[in-house]
Write a protein that binds this ligand. Sequence first.
Ligand code: PSU
Ligand code: MN
Length: 303
Amino acid sequence: MTTPGIRISDDVRSALDEGRPVLALESTIFTHGLPRPRNIQVALEAEEGLRAAGVVPATIGVVHGQPVVGLSVAEIEELSNDDAVVKVSLRDLAVAGAKGLNGGTTVAATAYLAAKAGIQVFSTGGLGGVHRGAEATFDESADLGTLATLPLVVVSAGVKSILDIPLTLERLETLNIAVVGYRTTDYPGFYISDSGYDIEYSVDSPEEIASVVAHRDALGIASTVLVANPVPTDKQLDPAVHDAVLAEALAALEADGVSGHDITPFLLDYIQRATSGTSLDVNVEVYNGNVALGGEIAKALTA
Ligand code: PSU
Ligand code: MN
């Protein structure tokens, strides 16, 4: 039986108690985002890189219904290899618990568990957002509303252009989620360094982000600061290839009648296959960049 509540690993617990830097990592990236066996490699390498930098990784997921902050290597491997693993957003945590399911946690669920555990920083790849056509479908990721209620720093490479980027930026504004670009005011588009949309503020260093957090917390503002960290231009997906494949993927989505929470995995899988894996390499590059920056922010916050 799963015990209701969160299990925090000893490693993460003692780092938090001692004020050492901890970075939260999500699990949907290895349960639903990346193909095997690359998924396990990427997840474990992210953890190793953080440890080498003096940061304790807290990979978060659901194991047989138990929400875990600080998955073991064996648990990461189990979730990565489980064909029945479900995508668990915040609303699904309780049902997954009662049913004893294995789950990869979305940004919303991961952020919630991280904040509950007392972690301040979380790195992900791409954030969920407002889907194209949301004015008719109401399809907006629970990631946005959830981050509005959690005082975290979340590092992402913007949102993928499978979403409606300007509508997503509007919703972030409505929800009081501060968005700062890391050394840029060009809002990144995940696979591409510049989505074509601008944000107001750029920050130059982990220390400046720590200062933003100090000001936020002193004011009792409880929403996330979102750090938009672009993939370097020499590592991005060719923007022309990106635009062409995206158009195809959106057409396939319509033709196949995919809806709801299956939309994101469907589009990502389509783009991976259509670019013969190039998008996958970019995805990993993006993720590693966000993990490295998140680790530096965690250090600046505990300095
Ligand atoms: N965007 C990506 N890759 C992903 C996701 C989003 O580029 O893997 C995952 C994240 O876990 C995110 C979730 O939190 O999908 C959002 O899904 P939905 O739109 O169903 O909330
Ligand atoms: Mn959705």
